[in-house]
Design a protein around this ligand. Sequence first.
Ligand SMILES: *[C@@H]1O[C@H](CO)[C@@H](O)[C@H](O)[C@H]1NC(C)=O
Ligand SMILES: *[C@@H]1O[C@H](CO)[C@@H](O)[C@H](O)[C@H]1NC(C)=O
Ligand SMILES: *[C@@H]1O[C@H](CO)[C@@H](O)[C@H](O)[C@H]1NC(C)=O
Ligand SMILES: *[C@@H]1O[C@H](CO)[C@@H](O)[C@H](O)[C@H]1NC(C)=O
Ligand SMILES: *[C@@H]1O[C@H](CO)[C@@H](O)[C@H](O)[C@H]1NC(C)=O
Ligand SMILES: *[C@@H]1O[C@H](CO)[C@@H](O)[C@H](O)[C@H]1NC(C)=O
Ligand SMILES: *[C@@H]1O[C@H](CO)[C@@H](O)[C@H](O)[C@H]1NC(C)=O
Length: 905
Amino acid sequence: MIFFSTHIGECLSERMQEARPLASQLLLLSCLCVAASGYPFRPPLDLDVTPRVTVLISGVQGSRRFQSSTVNYSTLLLEADRERLYVGARGAVFALNATDISANPAPSIEWEASAEQKFQCLLKGKDNKTECYNHIRLLQRFNSTHLYMCGTHAFSPLCAYIEEKRFVMSSQPEEGRDKCPYGPTTGYTGLLVDQQLYTASQYEFRSFPDIRRNSPSPTLKTEDAPTRWLNEAEFVGSSLVKERLDSSNGGDDKIYFFFTERNQDYSGTYGQSRVARVARVCKGDRGGHLTLQKRWTSFLKARLTCSLPEYDFHFNMLRSVFVMPDVEQQEPLFYGIFGLEWKNVKASAVCRFSLAEVQKAFQGPYMETQDSGSKWTEYTGKIPEPRPGTCINDALRARGINISTSLPDDVLEFVRRHPLMSHQVQPLDKRPVLFRRTTDYTHMAAHVVQGLDGETYHVLYMGTDEGWVHKAVEVQGQIHIIEELELFEEPQPITNLLISTKQVSLYIGSPSGVVQLPLSNCRRYPTCYECIFARDPHCAWNSEECVDVVAQANRSALIQDIQHGNRGCEKAHYDVAQKSRSVRVGDDVLLQCELISNLATPLWTLNGKELQGYDLNSGFRSGTDGLLVIEAQVGQSGLYTCHAVENKIRVAIVTYNVTIVADLPPAPPVDPASTLVVTQSRASEDTSFERTSLEPPSLLLTPSKYLSPKNMEALYLSLITVLSGIVVVLAVVLVYMGFCLQVGSSGKYSLRAAAAAYPRNNKNKKSKTQHRHSSHLELKTISSHCKGNGICNGMSKLHNGSMQDLGFLQIVPGEGHTSPSRETPPPAPPLPSTPQHPSPEGNHPNGFAATLPSVLRRMNGNSYILLRQSDSESISPFPFADELSKILEKRKHTQLLPIPDESSV
Ligand SMILES: *[C@@H]1O[C@H](CO)[C@@H](O)[C@H](O)[C@H]1NC(C)=O
Ligand SMILES: *[C@@H]1O[C@H](CO)[C@@H](O)[C@H](O)[C@H]1NC(C)=O
Ligand SMILES: *[C@@H]1O[C@H](CO)[C@@H](O)[C@H](O)[C@H]1NC(C)=O
Ligand SMILES: *[C@@H]1O[C@H](CO)[C@@H](O)[C@H](O)[C@H]1NC(C)=O
Ligand SMILES: *[C@@H]1O[C@H](CO)[C@@H](O)[C@H](O)[C@H]1NC(C)=O
Ligand SMILES: *[C@@H]1O[C@H](CO)[C@@H](O)[C@H](O)[C@H]1NC(C)=O
Ligand SMILES: *[C@@H]1O[C@H](CO)[C@@H](O)[C@H](O)[C@H]1NC(C)=O
């Protein structure tokens, strides 16, 4: 088992192009693999949801950006009705126009710590590159005319009022050390409710974390003794939950806090050192009289669980929460983004909780511990009356308890010792709505969108630690990621994310700036099917284009299918690109066909008949970016059509009229003996290419006339001996590969996912892929040359129709890395080089024809050149490097063939 786990991890990580092959990562992945294969009967949760469309930064449309000379735009306050987005950054606050955050001028307040203050900070041993600045951590509305803000102020926090109208600080800053953390990254959450400031953090001056209310008097805190209510808590969020206006019991509003803390309760079996929690206090709390004086009398906390139960996999680190805005007739919900305790392992789970479940936990049994630090067990004794931790409501008032200071002492004493509830809060459906490995989500926001089918859909936006945003929709409990958008040139964590339905915008805070995105970009989908496949509740097809539903007055004719993503486009017309190709016999040709969707699988037809089994012997390989015709034969001419198959619908994308012309001069008859002579005479510079004529004929074409019975006999004999050897080798390879394939249900994407995770490598991706195969070959990309000097474009014109589009792959020997047994490799052919082979295409002044396939085969070395014309944008991140290596692999085997022949001759 261990052996297999390690290997799965290895092959997976290889497939995923992991740049950081961490032992722990391998372990996690292999755990998941093993777990996945070990639970064949419970597969409902997609173990790694693939975003349907990947949009690189150059393709992101409609975004607006705000940037200034400062950094760390982490604190956002949206006031949609006032059309304002307030942004707290490092040393500055901005008032942006929420309709267009790039609109000038944006009022701002500069507020940086003095040089003296920064020096003091440095003396405290703090980092003057990050910590010794004034990071705005709190920005909230105070009253109708003023905002309130707090900043870390070079490790000496201050708070101040902002007069909104003139956008200036309206008073001298005041002491902030009990309202604001000292550092920019300390877990913190703050909330101003009715001019009372609730904050939670691990304040520097107190060694313990604390949830506190600073006004009105008395200031309330959490308790440290005899039972510590919070343990190394890292706060991520807080939310006010109002009692319904019609609530008859006069219940009190509550403030919920979300955090991760050290686990005191190891009875929960998993033995994790940290746990995710939700805690709450009552807004009307005034503390106790004798017991719990100036302490919360309503503090209760419970564990939030988010796990993949069938894999016994527990996400215990809460990274952020998003509380769904209170919508009538809907039970209050919140989403949490969870991660794993191991910092090096990328993985995220999104769990959704109902507040009712939290309240139920707070109504359940308490936990108790004999003395702080020891084992916690469920409390089974008598619970005093009124129930400890409840807010003051009408029922209590009726009993004469109208303020928390009048609560009986035994109740308060119980509260003091029993802050933790026994029941854990399970997510809805008892499982994450979304799980993704290879991605660390940092923040999210969600809203409810009404589909044309009358259903309501939750649309989720999630930001990653590398500056991507994933937009997803939940359909029948399953998450479909509509798209992933790259937002920054430099990868950086998304530090905040807000939705405004009024501005129809998403606001994203990051270290380098603020980005505003439209909630949808339906125009991205050019055809009806694309529009439907996207399953974006914002979008529908109006028989001409994919449009934003909200903007449509007459929705009766709109087509949308969020549930299945495949219905409604049967009558829609769409164009299929027509291209033609003319190549020589024996060339390797790539018919490009880039699928927009990561969820689509390519399907090729030749003259209307489906090409079956793209294995090595069929003479075809199908990849993420097209179809590779290996050593084309005359009979392979015809009309090739590439289809994208998605949601069981087949959509034609491009048709190639491929004409394969016989080699000029005509290909010599393939006689093994004569080939051998050639081979021997040129043993030192022998290549696999010359020997390819000995290959077993492709399934499609059988040039049997070349093979005389005698030769056939010899060939078969040798084939049998050699093949049996190969079979053994292949069997081992296949078992190994099989694991990879089995694990990566979308192997195609697992590569892409890695790319998304390392977007900086986009441009190097190809070379990275190539490095992987450097043991076999060296790949060269010359698309950059093409792009740089426009030669490729010029070339496509020169090829007057027969090759208007050079978007095909040619295998060209490059700098020859011949095998060690061979002599010094011949010098690398220059690119472009003199045509060495007269050909119809060969008479071009630029000499590019030298790179045409027919030439290649006369040259030496195992090096290949990948020739592509398209812009790098349109190149799918995973080109044919894989395929090439397989072809090479095959040729390596075929190289064995001549040897037995030699002896038989
Ligand atoms: C602030 O921005 C700098 C530069 O982009 C970054 O290195 C740092 O991590 C950021 N700090 C926080 C707290 O976001
Ligand atoms: C924001 O910009 C829009 C147009 O871009 C303008 O109509 C509106 O008045 C501006 N709002 C504020 C508060 O400046
Ligand atoms: C940080 O302090 C060092 C001296 O310890 C100083 O040389 C450097 O310029 C300071 N950097 C900044 C950004 O203030
Ligand atoms: C809002 O609060 C500020 C600061 O305390 C105060 O100066 C101002 O008068 C208040 N505004 C209103 C409308 O109460
Ligand atoms: C609580 O009730 C007492 C009398 O029962 C009354 O005197 C007091 O004002 C009330 N306090 C509050 C805060 O309502
Ligand atoms: C809406 O469009 C449909 C079909 O295009 C049409 O039959 C109907 O009359 C339109 N309704 C309105 C109110 O314009
Ligand atoms: C394909 O191209 C060849 C010549 O290049 C032409 O004769 C033939 O008609 C074309 N076929 C179709 C279906 O366009």
